[in-house]
Design a protein around this ligand. Structure first.
Ligand code: BGC
Length: 822
């Protein structure tokens, strides 16, 4: 052990078994402590859009932030840092040491299910925002965790697929956000991805983990695995992985002890992992003198938190098109709000980024508060293909009468393990429960609040029966599909029956766990994931939802409301069926008959504004028929208020797109997410997103990365290279004039078009200014020298791009205002 290791004395107190034990989690989200050396157990929590806490479902109420693309669309490092600070406060309140975020994989193909959780398709924008977020968190002593290292841009077969890409693309594109964040913010931890990279598991990547991250970059943090991603003992321990998550079981333990005893893994390697763990512990206040958690903290629904979340959401909303219909004038008359997403606004995506918020404001509620009786609300067409868990507002606990359900857990002998009220209609079995004996059976009971025809059924693996007023009406045995426990949670098997229910009818769903033979994974192995899927654990939900009206009837009602109002606001979007972890999309088309709904309303209404409640690209075949389009993403718990502010111009929706929106399915530099023989070729090389569109690798997008109108118009009066900044990169000065009628924030973007024909155009810097109408501001953009590097594959090192080329001063590459020769 190097004598300069500050933890040498502590390591000496630990025997091999104890050290190895520390290197696998104790539970799903906590680590082992070790009193003898003053090590407290550390707690981790997922984090991109809120600090969920230690439970996957049904945990504490925590603040739900706008999703990552909304935050990123503000192109604002200051607010990214503010978000980090807010997340740190959320973490401290729950005594969490490390927040598992930010997610900084890139928007490579628009089909990626997890794009909503990632910042953008650009490595510089992503890296800079990530650095700010990390600083915000770590300034308050809470660790960040960059994830997922690396080339984890899609979800299909994510545990088994191999991302195949050139060293150039790896260095110049996919590692770059990690490199920037490591250099600028020194994140205390990083998460190794599920996938393989060029044939080697990310958890075993000698090249990425040891040579690049810990070697070249000199990073001294802790590298943990994604949950259940580690498949081996020696290759992972030797391949730079420091910590296996979750625990308590995993591939290290005794196997790693044996590997050390046999000499396969030198004990110094184990010491190095423990050293990094102790360093993290020291940084987050879990070693030696333990941190004091604040006695008071901002509640997730405190007025100041609400105000912050509302402002952050509006700042990232993007006005794509506007012929003057927005903002809605205070005296604009009546507004018809149409669409399922208006009534049930989707405020977050699916998967580990989900949290349990104190409330979520729908757009209908937000607008109602703002304009009162001038608003008419009409539900829209169905937007989901699969049944969803019952809306607790529609159910009453049979015991207490409160909204929600009553849940009972039983063991294999039929003994009651626990009963209680939950205000959702979902129960998690095996992950989050802390009963003394394993759960075998669960009942979910509720009375329905209204009479009507209802889809009644269940979601989740198990043998189900559903009874109404004591009489069985349906039963089914649901089994897990796929190869990913995440998939069976996020796209659970389901069944439903249509039944007529009287008001107050008692619905009781009973589910008994079904265990199956573990199935071999696509690579032929029966592994930890096979066992998890076969265990029958997971989320089980009651489905009880009024049968939806037919699309034609809904559209007719919407058209009628639109015809009689002064302006129609149609809210369309995606749901957690598309924007979720563990699954990818197959199309960018809006689900259901939403396109038909917009077209019909646009034809009937005097003016039509479309609000897109989705974080990632969708097709807008109706864009030419409407007066304005604004993308509001997944706006968090304050969603409806923030959208109302944006529409009414109380605050400018000042966002710029962080990803290009293709004009049609397939029209993108990278599209496919289906690996072939488990391999996914990154055929777009360094031409990711707008870089590929600009090079003509795909038909021009409908909306470019960087596009966003805000509520002003701008003249770019002058632009010049005014000198050189850090590392010799150009400094660009641009004078912009607000030619509109409102205060506005302009984001000046500078792209480099290198002289070399085979080099893609790329964002090299941006800066923003807030300017009053009629006023000008000179904006200085410091370009980033890291974008002038080219990875020389032959020499295996960085080279610098040749002289020449052009700088493009642009509002997205669809609107280039100046070209400056270099
Ligand atoms: C996700 C990670 C997450 C972890 C813990 C995994 O499935 O990929 O991003 O942090 O679960 O919830």
């Amino acid at each position: 052990m190097p004598t300069d290791n500050p933890y040498a004395a502590l390591l000496e107190k630990l025997d091999l078994r104890t050290k190895v034990r520390l290197l696998t989690g104790e539970t799903a989200f906590t680590l082992w402590g070790e009193e003898g050396i003053g090590l407290a157990p550390m707690a981790f929590s997922d984090g991109p859009t809120g600090v969920r806490g230690l439970k996957f479902t049904g945990g504490e109420k925590v603040a739900l932030f706008p999703n990552a693309t909304v935050l990123a669309s503000a192109w604002n490092e200051e607010t990214a840092r503010e978000v980090g600070g807010m997340l740190a406060e959320e973490a401290e309140r729950q005594q969490i040491h490390v927040v598992l975020g930010p997610t900084i994989n890139l928007h490579r193909t628009p089909l990626g299910g997890r794009l909503f959780e990632q910042y953008s398709e650009d490595p510089l924008l992503t890296g800079k925002l990530a650095s700010a977020y990390v600083k915000g968190l770590q300034d308050k002593g809470v660790g960040a965790c960059l994830k997922h290292l690396v080339a984890n841009e899609s979800e299909t077969l994510r545990n088994y697929m191999d991302s195949r890409l050139s060293e150039r693309a790896l260095r110049e594109v996919y590692l770059l956000p990690f490199e920037i964040a490591v250099e600028e913010s020194n994140p205390w931890s990083i998460m190794a991805a599920y996938n393989d990279v060029n044939g080697v598991a990310a958890t075993e990547q000698q090249h990425v983990n040891n040579e690049v991250l810990k070697g070249e970059w000199g990073w001294d943090g802790l590298l943990m695995s994604d949950w259940f991603a580690t498949k081996t003992s020696a290759p992972a321990a030797l391949g730079g992985l420091d910590l296996v998550m979750p625990g308590p079981d995993g591939p290290w333990g005794e196997a790693l002890v044996r590997d050390v005893e046999s000499g396969t893994v030198p004990e110094t390697v184990v010491d190095e992992h423990v050293t990094r763990l102790l360093r993290l512990a020291e940084r987050v206040g879990a070693l030696g003198e333990h941190r004091q958690w604040p006695a008071t903290s901002t509640a997730p629904d405190a007025p100041e938190r609400r105000a912050q979340l509302r402002r952050l959401a509006t700042d990232g909303m993007v006005v794509l098109a506007n012929n003057g219909a927005l903002p809605l004038a205070a005296d604009a008359g009546t507004v018809a709000l149409v669409g399922r997403h208006g009534v049930e606004t989707v405020c977050m995506g699916g998967g580990s980024a989900q949290v349990n918020p104190p409330y979520q404001v729908s757009i209908a509620e937000g607008l109602r508060e703002a304009i009162g009786d001038r608003l008419t609300v009409v539900d829209g067409v169905e937007v989901r293909e699969r049944p969803v868990a019952a809306d607790p507002q529609w159910l009453r606990d049979p015991e207490t009468g409160e909204p929600g359900v009553q849940v009972r857990h039983y063991d294999a002998d039929g003994e009651l393990l626990g009963e209680g009220h939950t205000d959702g209609a979902s129960v998690s079995v095996g992950w989050d429960d802390d009963f003394p004996r394993p759960v075998e059976k669960v009942t979910i009971a509720a009375r329905v609040a209204e009479a009507g025809r209802v889809q009644l059924g269940a979601l989740g693996v198990g043998a189900w029966t559903i009874a109404v007023d004591g009489e069985q009406v349906a039963s089914s045995t649901l089994v897990a599909e796929g190869y990913d426990p995440g998939e069976s949670m996020l796209k659970p098997p389901s069944f439903t029956e249509e039944v007529e229910l009287a008001e107050g009818a008692l619905v009781e769903a009973t589910v008994t766990l079904v265990r199956s033979e573990p199935r071999p994974a696509p690579n032929g192995e029966v592994n930890q994931l096979s066992h998890l899927i076969a265990s029958g654990m997971g989320v089980k939900s009651l489905v009880a939802r009024p049968v939806a009206a037919r699309a034609e009837e809904t559209i007719a009602a919407a058209v009628e409301a639109a015809r009689t109002a002064d302006v129609a606001v149609v809210v369309v979007g995606l749901t957690e069926e598309q924007e979720t972890e563990a699954l990818d999309k197959h199309t960018l088309a809006l689900p259901g008959e939403q396109d038909a709904l917009v077209a019909a309303v646009a034809e009937a209404a005097r003016r039509t504004v479309v609000v897109v409640n989705a974080a990632t690209p969708v097709l807008m075949p109706w864009a030419h028929l409407v007066d304005a389009v604004v993308v509001v993403g997944l706006p968090g718990q304050e969603g409806g208020h923030a959208v109302a502010d944006a529409l009414l111009g109380v605050r400018e929706p000042a966002g710029r797109l962080v990803t290009s929106y293709p004009a049609a399915d397939g029209d993108a530099p990278a599209w496919d997410v289906e690996p072939t023989d488990l391999a996914l070729e990154y055929t777009d090389g360094t031409f990711i997103g707008y870089r590929g569109f600009a090079a003509g690798h795909a038909k021009a997008p409908a909306w470019w990365f960087g596009h966003g109108l805000g509520y002003a118009t701008w003249d770019y009066d002058a632009a010049q290279v005014s000198g050189k900044g850090a590392e010799g990169a150009p400094r660009v000065e641009v004078t912009v004039r607000n030619t509109g009628e409102r205060d506005s924030r302009e984001v000046v973007q500078v792209y480099l078009q290198p002289a070399e024909a085979d080099e893609p155009v790329r964002l090299v810097g941006w800066a923003a200014a807030e300017v009053a109408p009629g006023d000008s501001a000179t904006v200085t953009v410091e370009c980033d020298a890291r974008l002038w590097r080219r990875w020389d594959e032959q020499a295996g090192k960085w080279a610098t791009l040749g002289e020449g080329g052009e700088l493009l001063v642009a509002r997205g590459l669809g609107d280039v205002r100046h070209r400056l020769a270099l």
